[in-house]
Write a protein of this length. Structure first.
Length: 423
């Protein structure tokens, strides 16, 4: 196969951005051929625009050789003139759901590293073969039309834009790119592990180069479904903008009337801080007849004194346990401790719970429904309540020093925030 050249890669990047001058990109590099080729291509692309690339290499610690492989990859990137940073994962253990747990931990580490670098765009080297396997896995799990669109070339999160410019490129071309440049790579033995579904599907596909007719058909189908998914997302955004008011305390008010299942799914996912929406059949049933209910970690009830319509709040029983209060940490998938904050050592972020009389008497608390109050994030040190920033407790100065922003990982796009300030 022909190597992937700079003009072709530039054409792949054109619809994705970034569009600013002198862009700084982060690239997830495992050391394998696909991510190494992406690092080279992205480096040339950024340098031609006066920018730079930082390669992020994650040591997952799941194999005895993983640390040595990460070190070898960092050395190889350095010899090619690429800036690189190593990241180590801790606490991963073998057992049920290992692939999903490892992927979530890896993505969290990559996102945090990109944030610390001040980088907006994080690139992944997923290619046509990966896309075909993803679609097959989703077919086996009975995914709906949106899931069968496969991986998206562009995903916008609260802090990052995730780019996958190589989804239509056969992996054989990426290896050809490295061979032409005289650059080596590491073969991860886990890619051939027969206990992994993706590896079994790869073997069944029998198309290592990724240019076979079935792989091409899967990629073309994903592109068509992806365009339909994008059109649906635009429709959902308009619907949410017209019908929903999001509040910085992490709740929403939905105007009376019919809401599509797609829009309701996006709203539930965002309010729950979840990566995925609840089961489509359950969402469709609730959208067809809105009523008091709990679904996907979100409670739906009449808006009451907030006016006509529906109040959607986080389900108390589904709230996450406390986490150490460190700048940038996210609690419950929804509230992020702002950079520049200075919480005391040993402090934690967790749910406020039922507020006492003193808190209920605060002006900001009186303006909030009771269902919202106990789901607010609070900072504690042991049993001592340090701050409830959304209530300006104990005061505005302390709240600013320990600010918590409503920033779900997948925001319900299109729903406008109400620009209210506590108190």
């Amino acid at each position: 196969m022909l190597p992937l050249d700079s003009p072709t890669f530039a054409a792949l990047m054109a619809p994705l951005g970034p569009y600013e001058p002198a862009p700084h990109l982060a690239v997830a590099v495992s050391g394998g051929a696909d991510s190494m080729a992406l690092a080279l291509l992205a480096h040339d692309w950024a340098r031609a625009r006066g920018g730079q690339v930082t390669a992020l290499v994650v040591d997952h610690g799941l194999r005895p050789d993983s640390a040595a492989e990460a070190a070898a990859t960092l050395s190889r990137l350095d010899s090619l003139g690429l800036m690189a940073k190593g990241l180590a994962l801790h606490g991963l253990t073998r057992g049920p759901g290992l692939a999903a747990r490892a992927r979530a931990a890896r993505h969290a580490a990559l996102a945090e590293a990109a944030r610390r670098l001040g980088v907006l765009h994080l690139l992944f080297g997923h290619h046509a073969g990966d896309q075909a396997e993803t679609i097959a896995m989703r077919l086996l799990s009975a995914s709906g039309p949106a899931g069968l669109a496969g991986m998206a070339a562009l995903v916008e999160t609260a802090l990052l834009r995730l780019l996958r410019p190589l989804l239509a490129i056969p992996p054989g071309r990426l290896r050809a790119t490295l061979l032409a440049a005289g650059v080596g790579w590491i073969e991860d033995p886990s890619n051939a592990d027969p206990s992994a579904l993706r590896a079994r599907l790869r073997r069944a596909r029998g198309d290592a180069a990724g240019d076979g007719i079935l792989t091409r058909a899967a990629v073309e189908a994903a592109i068509a479904r992806g365009q339909a998914r994008a059109a649906t997302a635009c429709t959902v955004a308009r619907e949410l903008a017209a019908r929903v008011r999001l509040h910085p305390e992490g709740y929403a008010v939905l105007a009376p009337g019919v809401l599509s299942a797609a829009a309701l799914a996006a709203l539930l996912r965002g309010l729950a801080g979840a990566a995925h929406a609840p089961a489509s059949a359950q969402v469709a049933a609730l959208a067809a007849c809105l009523r008091p209910a709990t679904l996907g970690g979100v409670r739906v009830q009449p808006a009451g004194r907030l006016g006509p319509g529906w109040l959607l709040t986080r389900e108390v029983a589904a709230l996450a346990p406390p986490v150490p209060a460190q700048p940038g940490v996210v609690w419950d998938g929804r509230f992020r401790l702002a950079d520049g904050t200075d919480p005391p050592a040993g402090a934690e972020i967790g749910p406020l719970g039922p507020p006492g009389p003193a808190l209920r008497a605060l002006p900001a608390a009186r303006a909030l429904p009771a269902a919202v109050l106990q789901t607010l994030p609070a900072l504690r040190h042991g049993t001592d309540l340090l701050a409830v920033p959304h209530l300006c407790y104990p005061d505005s100065l302390a709240s600013n020093r320990m600010r918590l922003d409503f920033a779900p990982s997948v925001p319900p796009g299109g729903a406008p925030f109400v620009p209210t300030a506590p108190g």
